[in-house]
Design a protein around this ligand. Structure first.
Ligand code: PLP
Length: 420
């Protein structure tokens, strides 16, 4: 459920009419609903209420906007971060250091030191080499790094190949068959306190089966590691729950996910950790755009050229992703169109042969389900602006990320004297 609905024929974000935002902030612009974020955060928490003190770390890469992180911090969420930059954002948003988990295959020694300096809660180490390096960095600093070993359970998440992370050929985690040996060797290194396992098998999962298969494998590994005398107190089950991009999509509910987790993890006797991203943010944001013009196509299908492009919303170009496209003031008429941006790439195509609301030049429209992996992936390709973000709360709104104009980016570039 979200708060982007028609009221008197005009699309609103909560109680703010989108034409108002378009007039005052201009387009393209991301618009987020605070009420939707809060609702999603609470639904996910409620889904885990049968568990003993679960730890929920929002996967910041899904939406790193500072105001969004503040909302989630207030809901008691920690953060899953994958860089020092994300770590600093989580802290700036008011998340507690002990609620921060550091994931990612390429943590540098500098990033490890920075995170140790801030006393974060857990490192998810992705290789024996990384674990050994972390132990040394921590020991030199006189600190102890709390760590989980990320395993690669080799299950097929059944999602787009570019967001699948738990197959043996993916770069993430250590091979399942070697996990116990690595855990035992890292366990007891000075500077390092191994406290459990982590996994994350992919994103936009539309079935619970691969998750259940992976969690079941973890259960066996826990027993096996414990029987060799090592301790496990924390298991991080990652994120990955899918959301509905199309009206007819029916992804598993957080409640069904929570029930499955409770059943599969019964008797593990650990603190469970979660890293949801998309399921919290996806449907809490839209990308508001204006139609520049409608250009006749080669066949009978016109091109609707909008002022948003692949640099603002990369998912269609990157993952062949579907985003619903709707008029802000729909007339009731429909059309079949190709929906494209102005960037000089054929990949700058949001949809082909889309049956959609009829739109004409200057009309406003939205791409739905753009709250996750939207603004965070934006670039300035084609020397376009970096897209701004707006947060709505009831009848008020605020710009929570400014539009960064091409002139500001140009000002950061320099022509060396010796070129003249
Ligand atoms: C991206 C990522 C997540 C979040 O995935 P969602 O599909 O957005 O829930 C969680 N954990 C890790 C390690 C990730 O890389």
């Amino acid at each position: 459920m979200d708060h982007f609905t028609l009221k008197d024929g005009i699309m609103h974000a909560e109680d703010v009419p989108l034409p108002l935002i378009a007039a005052q902030v201009e387009t393209p612009v991301y618009v987020y609903s605070r009420a939707t974020f809060i609702r999603h955060a609470q639904v996910f928490k409620d889904a885990l209420s049968a568990l003993d003190n679960p730890h929920i770390a929002f996967a910041i890469k899904a939406n790193p906007n500072l105001a969004i992180l503040r909302i989630l911090a207030r809901e008691g969420y920690g953060a899953d971060v994958v860089s020092a930059g994300e770590l600093d954002r989580a802290l700036a948003a008011g998340m507690r250091p002990e609620d921060i988990v550091f994931s990612g295959v390429g943590k540098t020694p500098e990033e490890m030191a920075h995170a140790l300096e801030k006393d974060i809660g857990q490192f998810n180490v992705e290789s024996e080499e990384e674990g050994r390096e972390l132990a040394i960095v921590a020991e030199v600093m006189g600190k102890t790094a709390h760590a989980a070993l990320r395993i690669n359970p080799d299950v097929d998440a059944g999602t787009h190949e570019k967001i699948s992370t738990g197959k043996a050929e993916n770069k993430f985690g250590v091979p399942f068959g070697r996990a116990k040996g690595i855990y035992m060797r890292l366990n007891g290194l000075s500077g390092l306190k191994m406290r459990g396992l982590a996994l994350h098998i992919g994103s936009q999962l539309t079935s619970l089966d691969p998750l259940e298969a992976a969690f079941t494998k973890v259960g066996g590994l826990i027993d096996s590691i414990r029987s060799s005398g090592a301790e496990l107190t924390h298991i991080d089950l990652g994120g990955g729950l899918g959301v509905a991009y199309r009206a007819e999509d029916d992804p598993p509910s957080p409640a069904a996910y929570g029930a499955m987790v409770a059943r599969v993890t019964k008797g593990w006797n650990v603190r469970l950790m979660f890293e949801p991203g998309r399921v919290i943010a996806g449907n809490a944001g839209i990308l508001l755009t204006r139609v520049i013009r409608v250009k006749p196509g080669g066949g009978n299908v016109p091109f609707v050229v909008v002022d948003a492009a692949m640099n603002d919303l990369a998912r269609p170009a990157m993952y062949d992703a579907y985003h619903d496209f709707s008029a802000v003031e729909p007339s009731g008429k429909r059309m079949t169109a190709h929906i494209v941006g102005p960037v000089c790439e054929t990949g700058d195509t949001f949809a082909m042969h889309r049956d959609t609301d009829h739109v004409a030049a200057n009309d406003l429209a939205i791409f739905r389900t753009a709250g996750a992996y939207g603004a965070t992936m934006a670039s300035t390709y084609n020397s376009r602006s970096l897209v701004p973000e707006v947060l709505v709360d009831g009848a008020r709104y605020a710009v929570v990320a400014e539009r960064i104009k091409p002139a500001a980016i140009l000002a950061a570039e320099h022509v060396p004297d010796w070129l003249d």
